[in-house]
Write a protein that binds this ligand. Structure first.
Ligand SMILES: N[C@@H](CCC(=O)N[C@@H](CS)C(=O)NCC(=O)O)C(=O)O
Length: 214
């Protein structure tokens, strides 16, 4: 399998965590999202993933896009350790936590959205950062409330073992810190991330741990 990844991409970071948790060996292919390279928009990468986003996982010549689909595929093909609880109700609750990040926070703050605010819309860096921080605050405020009722031990988003929800919160918290968002109010989320970041599968997936980070 080949994983198309970029060290700073939080969606790729999610996928790297899942790959590490499962102990899967694969080939990483670096896609440089930074301008002027913007390799995600070039024909070579668009031939792999027409969505022009990372990550993409190529399995026997078939491309899987979308980190949640990739992670669920890996979970189904490598069942240990399971990344979703057993009961349908709990599985839906964990997916809802992950999707609150994947659908309601991350897309608003993605690179192409921030770039569009800059040009052609003409917003300066202060306005772009205000936008970014607003959507983090809106999303984290809701998650903080929700997770205080779903965490089992203050170390996991749901229950007391690693699930997909944990895989999604850590990269989003990383980005919140990177964009200097005020994360002080989210004590439960911060406690969960501080613990998870110490786990080898999470630490090895961190942006600064990637060989191309420099
Ligand atoms: N919903 C997608 C999001 C993928 C995504 O937006 N990836 C970002 C990096 S985190 C990207 O490739 N951005 C390139 C761009 O905005 O041009 C997923 O979960 O895989």
């Amino acid at each position: 399998m080949k994983l198309y990844t970029f060290f700073r991409s939080s969606a790729a970071y999610r996928t790297r965590i899942a790959v590490n948790l499962k102990g899967i060996e694969l080939q990483n292919v670096h896609v440089d999202l930074r301008g002027p390279a913007s390799e995600q928009r070039k024909s070579g990468y668009l031939a792999v993933n027409p969505q022009g986003l990372v990550p993409a996982l190529v399995v026997d010549g078939t491309t899987l896009a979308q980190s949640l689909a990739i992670i669920e595929y890996l979970d189904e093909t490598h069942p240990e350790p399971p990344l979703l609880p057993r009961s349908p109700l709990d599985r839906a609750r964990v997916r809802a936590l992950a999707l609150a990040i994947a659908c309601d926070i991350h897309p608003l703050n993605n690179l192409r959205v921030l770039n569009y605010l800059r040009s052609p819309l003409g917003h300066d860096e202060d306005a772009v950062n205000t936008w970014y921080r607003h959507w983090i605050a809106a999303g984290f405020e809701a998650l903080e409330k929700e997770v205080s009722g779903t965490t089992g031990d203050g170390r996991h988003m749901f229950g007391s073992s690693v699930t997909i929800a944990d895989i999604f919160i850590v990269p989003q918290m990383y980005n919140a810190r990177r964009f200097k968002c005020d994360i002080a109010p989210y004590t439960t989320l911060r406690g969960i991330c501080s613990y998870l970041e110490t786990l080898p599968a999470f630490a090895k997936a961190a942006p600064e741990a990637q060989p191309e980070a420099s």
